[in-house]
Design a protein around this ligand. Sequence first.
Ligand SMILES: O=C(O)[C@H](O)COP(=O)(O)O
Length: 240
Amino acid sequence: MPDLILLRHGQSDWNKQNRFTGWTDVDLSDAGRSEAEEAGRLMAAHGFYPEICFTSYLKRAIRTLWIALDGLDRMWVPVQKHWRLNERHYGDLQGLNKAEMAAKVGEEQVHVWRRSFDIAPPALKPDDPRHPDGDPKYAALSEQERPGTESLKDTIDRVLPYWHQAVAPELKAGRKVLISAHGNSLRGLVKYLDGISDADIPGVEIPTGTPLAYRLDAALSPTDKFYLSERSPSGIAAAK
Ligand SMILES: O=C(O)[C@H](O)COP(=O)(O)O
């Protein structure tokens, strides 16, 4: 039985359109909703019933969590939302089509923006309507906390304090935890949990809507890791 499940949101409308999304608050596509339903079914089949859930401030992750929890008949489970679990901020690329950008600036440059560890895309100016400064979701954040762009390293630097402060204590208390978040905030967590090097993290991809399970020891080091879809449920699923 997993202790922790990391769930990247289901396909969003902008995933479908192949657009850089980042902190843009785009909803799930119909396929993304189906992926979230399947994620709930898989968790039930494996007997994984979360006792506390964490998600970002972005509706594609929140809705994925709602749909999965509905499938588990666990909509009552406590949910903590935090901006620190948001997708990596994609700066001035947000809204642009990834293939069109590759045709314009080259595949290599787009790969650097998407997968390099510490290179951030061009930053948004604070008066840009896409900048978090103008978004009420982020009104309580300090100016330094509201990014105009982020590298994966920047993303990890704001995700990990939340992991240590909010998530780790729940796992240490023995509670089953589900985190519904984003490709790059979850790549950051996976890098930390699995001790993946800066050089190797560009090769790590996390698919949408596919629950990634961890078993953890008392120090929260992984003892097992697998996608639920890749392993058949062992024994009888735990009673609801
Ligand atoms: O923000 C985005 O565009 C996606 O959620 C993640 O995109 P990536 O795979 O290009 O990092």
